[in-house]
Design a binder for this molecule. Structure first.
Ligand code: HEC
Ligand code: HEC
Ligand code: HEC
Ligand code: HEC
Length: 207
């Protein structure tokens, strides 16, 4: 009798152990279950990158599903506002005699000159704005819109955070460098760099 009771007791405990699935570490059935369970009570993070952003003048942009901050540009451009000098359209300016040469530091080295010149991006009659290929005004703070017309792949990657760099920290709010923080719009190409490699041949010869 006692033996039977013991047996029933033990099998009960075994069944209980099999049915109940305690969620201690390592007890999840897979990574997906673990993520789902452990994020059930997640109420968002309290960490913020605000402290690192304070110093930087930013603007907020929304592109598709992505809303984030980028550095403001206009206050960084020395020759802005352009209208300080560009009071007349470029064509009128060109007609004037003895105008001083300006912008000698800008050499366009971007795309073939058949498809690109200053007027591709600059608005000859409203110089304080950039311009699109269809002649609409684009704010200097949103120059990425100019780039996105031709570099659609990099623009898509940039929006999603895969091209370019986040500044401040990984905590929200997101602050990302804009295209012209890294690429000079007039000469945007970077030379390919290879990582330094340990040269075994050189080491052998040195001995
Ligand atoms: C200090 C005066 C001054 C300021 C400020 C200035 N420009 Fe100019 N810019 C000129 C003069 C003068 C010319 C015409 C002479 C020349 O082409 O070199 C000119 C010409 C240009 C041209 C035509 C160049 C060409 O080769 O066809 C572009 C484009 C231009 N400026 C863009 C800008 C933009 C954009 C800004 C503002 C970010 C700006 N400029 C600010 C004086 C100025
Ligand atoms: C691919 C588009 C593009 C073309 C083509 C282009 N620019 Fe620009 N340019 C820009 C953008 C974008 C900025 C603002 C960059 C920034 O935010 O620092 C700018 C800034 C400038 C500025 C102000 C910054 C500075 O260095 O003084 C001047 C002046 C200027 N451009 C003149 C010209 C002239 C002259 C040409 C033709 C020789 C030209 N740009 C061709 C896109 C372009
Ligand atoms: C009108 C179309 C057009 C616009 C607007 C434009 N680009 Fe370009 N870009 C080109 C073309 C064409 C090339 C040359 C591609 C090549 O040689 O493979 C090029 C080349 C480049 C390169 C070098 C690519 C390489 O292989 O090294 C970079 C970087 C770049 N652009 C960035 C920008 C940025 C940043 C802007 C905005 C300020 C911009 N582009 C605006 C058409 C454009
Ligand atoms: C944080 C800096 C940074 C920002 C921001 C950035 N880029 Fe780049 N981009 C790079 C670097 C670095 C490369 C060179 C990659 C290589 O050579 O392998 C590059 C390469 C490119 C190329 C050449 C093609 C390629 O993929 O190698 C294009 C075109 C380009 N970027 C366009 C853009 C545009 C358009 C934006 C904005 C929407 C942008 N980039 C924003 C750093 C940046």
């Amino acid at each position: 009798m006692v033996k039977t009771m013991k047996l029933i007791g033990i099998s009960f405990l075994i069944t209980l152990a099999v049915i109940s699935c305690k969620h201690n570490e390592g007890d999840y059935h897979g990574i997906h279950e673990r993520i789902t369970k452990e994020s059930e009570n997640f109420k968002g993070t309290t960490i913020s990158s605000d402290a690192y952003i304070n110093e930087i003048k930013t603007i907020e942009i929304t592109e598709g599903d992505h809303t984030f901050l980028i550095p403001e540009r206009k206050s960084q451009i020395k020759s802005y506002a352009c209208s300080d000098c560009h009071t007349v359209s470029l064509s009128e300016l060109k007609d004037r005699k003895n105008i001083k040469k300006a912008h000698w530091d800008i050499n366009l080295n971007h795309a073939n000159e058949k498809i690109m010149n200053c007027a591709t991006c600059h608005n000859g009659s409203a110089m304080d704005h950039l311009k699109s290929l269809t002649n609409t005004k684009i704010d200097f703070n949103k120059s990425y819109v100019v780039c996105s017309q031709c570099h659609t792949k990099q623009f898509k990657d940039w929006k999603g955070g895969a091209h370019g760099k986040r500044i401040a920290s990984w905590a929200p709010p997101r602050l990302s460098n804009t295209c012209v923080n890294c690429h000079n719009p007039h000469d945007p190409h970077f030379e390919t760099k290879f990582p330094d490699r340990f040269n075994t041949q050189y080491e052998k010869e040195r001995k």
